[in-house]
Ligand binder design. Structure first.
Ligand SMILES: Cc1cc2nc3c(=O)[nH]c(=O)nc-3n(C[C@H](O)[C@H](O)[C@H](O)COP(=O)(O)OP(=O)(O)OC[C@H]3O[C@@H](n4cnc5c(N)ncnc54)[C@H](O)[C@@H]3O)c2cc1C
Length: 340
């Protein structure tokens, strides 16, 4: 593993650009702003949240990215207590089981599972409050002019603003593409991280299914997870299910045309639940989760004035994304955490 320099001198107040408004970019922004830096975020989508996402259609909605999150690190426990207090997250009390060839077994409920309310994007929207965010800006290039960063977007070309420091809070392949030759060490670091894809089905049913659970970790199937979206708190009562293909199947079929993937996924799910869906959609997450966890938290190239953060610098969960951004923000503000 490339070991990068973390011994930055605390920055005097700076203008900082962050690419990506997933939970990592947003938590990083919060720390930097607390320390007095001026932060502008750039996001390619119309809204914030990244893989903590939700899809709405006429009669239904469903979280089609992250399904829930757990909490263990004291800093994240503290953060989530604020989300709970502000009503943007709640505990999910759904019945979650193991499911294998029609057989169900209980799982150990060793910890609480939480969801954003009313959708998984809610915590990100909460964090984004009062931040300066340029949405619908796909950053395709960066350039240094007189020791300052300028950003180029696919939509508008050169973006307004010059920045003293740049943070890429996006998956490693996307970060690598943007960085180009600007940082050999960070590029090498990104190259080591392998993200696995996830084909995801959202199926809407007119009537409630008779499955005796709300969500299941599935074995012996192309699916690894299925969940009834309206079993989560604060959702409308419509019958939408989310079914995620396992990483092996998703990787083998990553180049499958959407229409073919959709047919296999819906046929398999209808067989599993014994009911025809009224409507369905599929989505391919090309960079869903990390293959092998890393314990880096973040990485900085201090000469280039570049930093990277994101779930993939830890273990690719919501908690990891938040902590990665948090620790990078602290580091750039010259504050050392008690423990990482
Ligand atoms: C299908 C699926 C299921 C999951 N299930 C769970 C789960 O149950 N529990 C759990 O804890 N975690 C789960 N995860 C993982 C969790 O969603 C992530 O760990 C977390 O959301 C990652 O946050 P992030 O900020 O690091 O990255 P992202 O959320 O990916 O944010 C990156 C942001 O950068 C933007 N971006 C990318 N490139 C550019 C560019 N060039 N210009 C501008 N913007 C750009 C993206 O649009 C995105 O908004 C799941 C993920 C997926 C895909």
């Amino acid at each position: 593993m490339v070991v990068l320099s973390f011994n930055l001198a605390p920055m005097t107040l700076k203008k900082i650009a962050i690419v990506g408004t997933g939970i990592a970019g947003l938590s990083c922004a919060k720390q930097l702003i607390k320390a007095g830096h001026e932060v502008t975020l750039f996001e390619k989508s119309k809204g914030v949240g990244g893989r903590m996402s939700n899809r709405k259609y006429e009669q239904w909605q469903a979280d089609h990215g992250a399904q829930y999150f757990t909490i263990s690190h004291p800093k994240f426990v503290n953060e989530v207590s604020q989300w709970l207090e502000h009503g943007v997250a709640q505990t999910w009390h759904g019945k979650i089981v193991n499911y294998c060839n029609g057989n169900i077994s209980e799982i150990n409920r060793d910890r609480n599972r939480y969801v954003g309310t009313p959708t998984m994007t809610a915590p990100a929207k909460f964090l984004a409050n009062n931040l300066t965010i340029q949405t619908s800006q796909t950053i395709i290039g960066i350039k240094k002019v007189n020791q300052h960063w300028q950003l180029v977007s696919e939509e508008d070309g050169l973006c307004p603003g010059v920045f003293d420091f740049l943070i890429l809070a996006i998956p490693p392949i996307q970060a690598q593409k943007i960085m180009g030759k600007e940082s050999a060490s960070l590029t090498a670091f990104c190259q080591q991280a392998k993200m696995l894809p996830c084909w995801t089905l959202i199926a809407y049913f007119k009537e409630a299914l008779t499955l005796p659970f709300d969500a299941a970790f599935v074995q012996d199937s192309i699916f690894s997870w299925i969940a009834r979206d309206n079993s989560k708190p604060g959702r409308p009562t419509t019958n939408a299910w989310v079914a995620q293909a396992n990483p092996d199947w998703s990787l083998q079929n990553i180049e499958l045309p959407k229409i073919d993937a959709e047919k296999t996924l819906i046929d398999t799910f209808e067989q599993l639940c014994g009911t025809k869906s009224a409507f369905n959609q599929v989505h391919l997450w090309r960079y869903a989760k990390l293959e092998t966890p890393i314990t880096q938290n973040f990485a900085i190239d201090s000469n280039a004035q570049l930093g990277i953060c994101g779930d993939w610098l830890r273990a690719s969960k919501v908690e990891d994304a938040w902590l990665s951004g948090y620790f990078l923000g602290l580091e750039l503000s010259g504050q050392k955490p008690a423990s990482a």
